[in-house]
Design a protein around this ligand. Structure first.
Ligand code: F0G
Length: 453
C-alpha cells in the first residue's frame, strides 16, 4: 500500500498571489474580507509560474488514483499542482471529497432533445454538496493562517460543509443562516457537526452583509465563496470532469447560479486547462437561475453584464435564493470568455426537472434541477444544437431537501401560490405515499392500480 503521496516530476510548487479582478493589483496577502485594498473588488488566486514547467500532469493525477495517501485519496488535493501549495501534505483537512460520479441521463437526454446527457453529481460529496471541494482548501488555509474561528453566511450547504471541515480540523465554526429559509436537513448538519448556528431574521444577502462587517471586527476567518481559496478547491470539479471524459471537452457545461462562486470556479479551471494545453477547446459554460432569483439574468438583459441588477429573491429552490450575488463579476467574465448563456426557469419547470432527474434513479436537490430545466430552454432556443454533448452539474444531494419532495408528491408544493393551477400539468409525475390496511388484498389492489398509470 502506498502511503507516500506522489508529485509531478518537473512541476514547481504552486506559488500563488492574489489578484484583484477589478484593478489587477497583485499582492501576497489578502485582507480579512478578501477585497482589494485599492478598489474594494474581489480577489482571485493566480499562479505566476504555472506555465513554466507543467510536467505530465495528466499521468501524475492518474497515478494518484491508486495511492492510499490522504491527499491523493482526496479528489481535490489529487490536483494540487493547480492549487495553492501546502508546506506538507498533512496540513490538508480532508474528508475524501471530490471523486464524484459522472452519470448518464438517457431519459433526460431524450426529454431535453440531446443525444447524450451526463451529470457530474457533486451531491455525492461527504456532506452532500459541491461545497466540500472548496471547503477542504479554504478550511486548510484558515487553520494554516492560525485562525481558531471560521464563519460563513449560507443558504444551508456552505454551513453544513464548513461545520464538518472545521470539526475535522479542530476549528470552531459560526454559521449565519436566514431564519425559516433553509432546509432542516442542512440546518441539522451544521448542528450535528458542532457549529454555533445563528438563524438571523433576514435573508441570505442580509446574512452575508453582516458577515462581511463581522470579519473586520472579530478574529474569524470567512469561508464564503468570496474567499478565493474556496473557488480554487471548487474548480477541481472541472479538472476531475475532464479527466473522466479523457480530456475531450464537452460542448456545454450547465450549472445553477446563486452567489455565482461555483460558475466562476469552474470557468477558471476551464481557462487554466486551456492555457496549459490540457484541453484543446473550451466548453461553453452556461448559468441557470430561478426566475425568482435572477440577478445575473437581469444583469445581462438590462445592463449588458456590466452592472449588477440586484433582486429580492424568492424561490422554493432555497439554495439559490440569493438576490445580490457576490461573485457576479467573475461569473459575467466567465460567461463572456466561454461564450456561455444565462437563462432563468420557473418554479414549475424546476419541479418538473427535479422529478425527471429523480426518475432516472439519480435525484438531486431543487437548485440542481434548474440545470435540466435550463437545458431544455437552451435547446429550444437553438443555443444547444441537437448533436452537441452536454454535462449538467448537479450541486446537491436529493436528501438535502426532503420537504420539497414530500410537498411535490403530495400536491402541496404550489398550493396557495400563483402556480397552483399550472401545477396540474405535473399531476402524473406525483407518487404520494399510500396509506393502506395491512392486508394482502389492499397491497395487491394498489399494485394493480399503479400498473394502469
Ligand atoms: N446549488 C446548490 C445546491 C447550492 O447550495 C448553491 C449555493 C448553488 C447551487 C449555487 O452556487 O452560489 O456558487 O452560485 N449555495 C450557497 C450556500 C449559497 O450557502 O450553501 P453558487
Amino acid at each position: 500500500m502506498t502511503t507516500v503521496s506522489t508529485s509531478a516530476p518537473g512541476v514547481r510548487p504552486t506559488a500563488f498571489r492574489f489578484r484583484c479582478i477589478g484593478c489587477g493589483n497583485l499582492s501576497d496577502d489578502a485582507s480579512q474580507n478578501f477585497r482589494c485594498v485599492n478598489c474594494g473588488d474581489l480577489l482571485e488566486i493566480t499562479y505566476p509560474h504555472l506555465k513554466e514547467k507543467v510536467g505530465d500532469l495528466k499521468s501524475t493525477w492518474r497515478q494518484r488514483r491508486v495511492s492510499q495517501a490522504a491527499v491523493d485519496l482526496s479528489g481535490v488535493w489529487r490536483f494540487r499542482e493547480l492549487l495553492p501549495a501546502l508546506e506538507n501534505d498533512d496540513q490538508a483537512i480532508t474528508l475524501r471529497e471530490g471523486n464524484t460520479p459522472l452519470y448518464e441521463l438517457p431519459q433526460c437526454a431524450r426529454i431535453a432533445g440531446v443525444p447524450r446527457l451526463l451529470a457530474k453529481h457533486q451531491g455525492m460529496n461527504p456532506t452532500g454538496s459541491f461545497k466540500d471541494a472548496g471547503m477542504t482548501v479554504a478550511a486548510t488555509f484558515a487553520r494554516r493562517a492560525g485562525f481558531r474561528w471560521v464563519a460563513c453566511a449560507s443558504t444551508g450547504n456552505t454551513s453544513a460543509s464548513m461545520a464538518a471541515y472545521a470539526a475535522r480540523g479542530g476549528l470552531r465554526s459560526l454559521v449565519l443562516v436566514p431564519e425559516g429559509k433553509i432546509s432542516w436537513s442542512k440546518l441539522s448538519q451544521a448542528l450535528d457537526y458542532g457549529a454555533v448556528t445563528c438563524q438571523l431574521r433576514t435573508d441570505f444577502d442580509g446574512c452575508l452583509k453582516l458577515l462581511q462587517e463581522l470579519v473586520l471586527r472579530a478574529p474569524v476567518y470567512q469561508l464564503n465563496s468570496i474567499n478565493p481559496f474556496r473557488l480554487e478547491g471548487q474548480k477541481t470539479l472541472a479538472l476531475e470532469l475532464l479527466e473522466q471524459l479523457d480530456w475531450q471537452a464537452p460542448d456545454h457545461i450547465v450549472v445553477p447560479g446563486g452567489n455565482l462562486g461555483n460558475s466562476s470556479a469552474i470557468g477558471k479551471a476551464l481557462l487554466e486547462m486551456r492555457d496549459l494545453g490540457l484541453i484543446s477547446r473550451l466548453p461553453k459554460l452556461s448559468v441557470i437561475q430561478a426566475e425568482g432569483a435572477n440577478a445575473l439574468v437581469r444583469t445581462f438583459r438590462e445592463a449588458a453584464g456590466k452592472r449588477l441588477i440586484s433582486v429580492h429573491a424568492e424561490t422554493r429552490a432555497t439554495a439559490i435564493q440569493i438576490g445580490n450575488p457576490a461573485s457576479w463579476k467573475k461569473a459575467a467574465h466567465i460567461l463572456e470568455a466561454t461564450e456561455g448563456a444565462c437563462e432563468q426557469v420557473t418554479e414549475i419547470e424546476i419541479a418538473q426537472a427535479k422529478a425527471e432527474i429523480g426518475a432516472e434513479g439519480i435525484g438531486c436537490e431543487p437548485a440542481s434541477a434548474v440545470t435540466l430545466a435550463g437545458l431544455k430552454k437552451l435547446v429550444e432556443q437553438g443555443f444547444v444544437k441537437p448533436e452537441e454533448s452536454v454535462v449538467l452539474v448537479l450541486t446537491g444531494n436529493l436528501l438535502k431537501d426532503p420537504d420539497y419532495i414530500m410537498d411535490f408528491h403530495r400536491g402541496d408544493l404550489f398550493k396557495g401560490t400563483r402556480d397552483e393551477s399550472a401545477a396540474d400539468a405535473l399531476k402524473d409525475m406525483r407518487r404520494p405515499p399510500i396509506v393502506l390496511d395491512a392486508t394482502l388484498d389492499a397491497v395487491i389492489q394498489a399494485l394493480e392500480r399503479a400498473e394502469k398509470t
